[in-house]
Design a protein around this ligand. Structure first.
Ligand code: BYC
Length: 337
């Protein structure tokens, strides 16, 4: 199972060496570098290079969008959960994902980004969110797999972010990871119950694993050699472990879990490599990944349309909250006068 241990070792060679030194700020830059080199935290009030700020706004906002869009595939199953217990768990889980989105939008705001602009970028299709949520959740086994495998992959990627060099992101991630750990366990347990059920239930779980396995591996992002942002993000201590290394850790952790479940992972090339002390695996279909990331996956249009509709339907709540706050302010200034 995934642990609550946040002391994941860094990839070798982590160094804070910004590529360009802006002539106007050598002193501030060397202070920033020294902080990163010492594995200290950068806080919102601290000076930071523009590239560092932009990288964080990009990653944190994509992460926030992923949490919010990620509510949709499972949210569809709340009214069809097979028991009151499963419904209560699923409601809590989907609500947690909404909460993660809120912490993360707040973390992005500490970098000077406007929440309205970030949400606009999502709704207009300019911003990315995790590829995995552009695939459909067809039945209850898919809900278990989203918890067991998708959250399993998400937490593997997120634990190292608890030690991200940017303080507000790192602190948000500690709480997110604790909740994700519960999400992973509930998904795994739901699958275990189905695997101990009827032959039809076992077949449903196997089919869901077959459809989701490769998509989960792609969640970690492109191979290191094609990852545009990794090198700089690792120098800055934003990313601590590379896309490929995290993918490998996920595979190594998941193979034994699949054995306990009794499901077969759909990769004929998946084999233990004694020399590497890791599992070898087959090729991910990167063309399919990029098509999905670029808006052409099976559910991209549906997900965005649902998100935009939910936002528009909620306009009256935002209007009411603003009207209430203006009323409170007017009341307070009248009392003060
Ligand atoms: N999907 O240079 P790279 C959850 C993009 S939700 C889409 O390696 P980076 C949950 C990447 O953005 C948790 N796009 O980028 C919620 C970049 O595009 P731009 C989601 C992807 O940033 C509900 C380009 O490809 N987790 O747990 O260094 C229910 C080049 O990639 C993907 C996070 O967001 C992808 N899979 O590394 C259940 C974690 N992969 O910006 C569960 C935080 C790559 O140049 N994010 N791209 O246009 C990260 O750790 C990193 O941003 C990534 C990518 C590892 C995802």
């Amino acid at each position: 199972m995934y642990t609550q241990s946040f002391n994941v070792p860094d990839s070798p060679g982590l160094k804070a060496v910004p590529d360009t030194v802006p002539a106007e700020n050598p002193e501030l830059l060397s202070r920033f570098d020294a902080r990163i080199e010492a594995d200290g935290k950068i806080e919102p009030q601290d000076w930071m290079p523009e590239g560092y700020r932009k990288t964080l706004v990009r990653q944190i906002s994509q992460h926030a969008h992923s949490e919010v869009v990620g509510m949709l595939p499972e949210g569809n199953w709340i009214t069809r959960a097979p028991s009151l217990k499963r419904k209560a768990i699923l409601i809590a889980k989907v609500q947690d994902e909404g909460g993660h989105g809120l912490y993360l939008y707040s973390a992005a705001e500490t970098l000077g980004a406007s929440r309205g602009d970030l949400i606009d970028a999502l709704h207009s299709g300019r911003a990315k969110y995790s590829s995995i949520f552009n695939y459909p959740a067809l039945n209850w086994a898919d809900v278990g797999v989203i918890g067991g495998l998708v959250d399993g992959a998400a937490i593997m990627n997120q634990i190292p972010l608890c030690r991200c060099s940017y303080g507000p992101y790192a602190r948000a991630m500690i709480r997110v990871c604790k909740e994700e750990s519960f999400h992973q366990r509930q998904g795994y347990e739901a699958l275990l119950v189905m695997m101990r059920g009827t032959a039809e239930q076992r077949a449903m779980v196997q089919d869901a694993v077959n459809r989701f396995w490769w998509k989960c591996l792609a969640m970690f992002g492109p191979p290191d050699k094609d990852s545009a942002h990794s090198e700089q993000a690792m120098r800055w201590g934003i990313k601590r472990i590379s896309n490929d290394d995290l993918r490998q850790k996920f595979i190594d952790a998941t193979v034994p879990q699949a054995k306990v479940l009794g499901v077969t992972l759909p990769d004929p090339d998946l084999k233990w490599n004694e020399e590497r002390q890791h599992y070898d695996h087959g090729e991910i279909d990167w063309d399919e990944f990029w098509a999905t990331v670029n808006g052409n996956g099976p559910c991209n249009r549906e997900r965005l349309a649902t998100r935009v509709k939910a936002h528009n339907d909620g306009q009256w709540v935002r209007d009411a909250a603003i009207a209430y706050s203006l009323k409170q302010q007017a009341k307070a200034s009248k009392e003060a006068a």
